[in-house]
Design a protein around this ligand. Structure first.
Ligand code: UDP
Ligand code: MG
Length: 319
């Protein structure tokens, strides 16, 4: 079999309502390509009919492949599994809910032909997403940009095109905590953005719970910044400064026999709780980093696969 030119990687978690429309729009997009294309859907432990739909598509489309992970591993891991699996010269990663329009694949490929190794889609707006989501996303990307060692472009998700060279480097990275949009920026090469309007979800509920989004955000910061570790030092200096100031203040009050309401239990109690919380907060930050070291050191596989169909094996399977 010839090497497919474009591989399209799509993580799927309970997206049965979106798969038929997604597949339809992908087909239209693929037909406009002049090279070959392959589709790779990664079922991230869906509990609905998604996997069955994939099996059905596989039966009638030779360009279609799928992997089914043995449980829900999370979006970033599902994408990682897809990247490990694909063979294309060019790889496109996108969401299943049609928030990432398949029609953008063509202009992305045009950029790639101009010599860019990474073409990422940058959201101009998030239509109809809740105010809370827009506000937290906006703030998070700006904080991340200030803290991170690499320049991670704001308002970009995982929707992107990557050259084989970049995908090979991502696949060779041993880390288990995978914040793909960060790793992609870290790799370097020539990168460019394509702006787009982010449509609302085609159907179904958002699969990223608040807890998952929070975990992803923390992961992004911890994986790409050591600034939080320095926070302990700064907070330590700050409380030392406050303590020194208080020593002089109390000395002054005593020397001049001034009565102050600040001397006594109130002050002690406040100071006690303040220091206690600063210390616990810093231990918590240390914990985040140590937890990640622990995850990496254990060296478990990143995911487990329960079912996989590659279309180039299919002739054998059907014989
Ligand atoms: N997804 C996944 N595993 C998860 C959660 C989400 O594979 O545990 C997939 C989901 O099916 C979708 C993509 O990741 O294709 C993005 O999820 P969603 O649209 O819910 O989040 P958004 O990025 O829009 O906030
Ligand atoms: Mg979505």
């Amino acid at each position: 079999m010839t090497q497919p030119i474009v591989s399209i990687v799509i993580p799927i978690y309970n997206e049965e309502e979106n798969i038929p429309e997604l597949y339809r729009r992908l087909q239209t997009a693929i037909e406009q390509l002049d090279g070959e294309a392959e589709l790779i859907f990664i079922d991230d432990g869906s509990r609905d009919n998604s996997l069955n739909l994939m099996r059905k598509i596989y039966e009638r489309d030779y360009r279609f492949n799928y992997i089914s992970l043995a449980r829900n591993f999370g979006h970033q891991i599902a994408v990682t599994a897809g990247l490990n699996f694909v063979r294309g010269k060019v790889v496109v990663v996108m969401d299943a809910d049609l928030q990432d329009p398949p029609e953008l694949i063509l202009p992305m490929i045009a950029k790639w032909r101009q010599g860019y190794q990474v073409v990422y889609a940058q959201r101009l707006s998030r239509k109809k997403e809740s105010f809370f989501k827009r506000f937290t996303a906006y703030t998070f990307y700006r904080i991340l940009r200030r803290l991170a060692d690499v320049n991670i472009p704001p308002d970009t998700g995982d929707f992107c095109l990557m050259d084989r060279e970049v995908v090979d480097i991502l696949n060779a990275m041993p880390e288990r905590n995978r914040y793909i949009r960060g790793l992609r920026a870290w790799v370097g090469f020539r990168q460019t953005a394509i702006p787009f309007e982010r449509e609302p979800r085609f159907s179904g509920k958002v699969k990223y719970s608040f807890a998952k989004s929070w975990a992803l955000a923390i992961n992004g910061i911890i994986s790409f910044s050591r600034v939080p570790l320095k926070l302990a030092t700064y907070l330590g200096m700050l409380s030392a400064g406050v303590a020194l100031f208080m020593i002089f203040l109390v000395l002054y009050w005593r020397l001049f026999n001034l009565a102050s309401p600040l001397i006594g239990y109130t002050l002690i109690t406040i100071a006690l709780f303040f220091l206690g919380s600063v210390q616990l907060f810093c231990i918590g930050i240390l914990g985040e980093y140590i937890g990640r070291i622990y995850e990496e050191v254990k060296g478990r596989p990143i995911y487990t696969v329960k079912e996989m169909r590659k279309s180039n094996n299919r002739t054998k399977v059907n014989l």
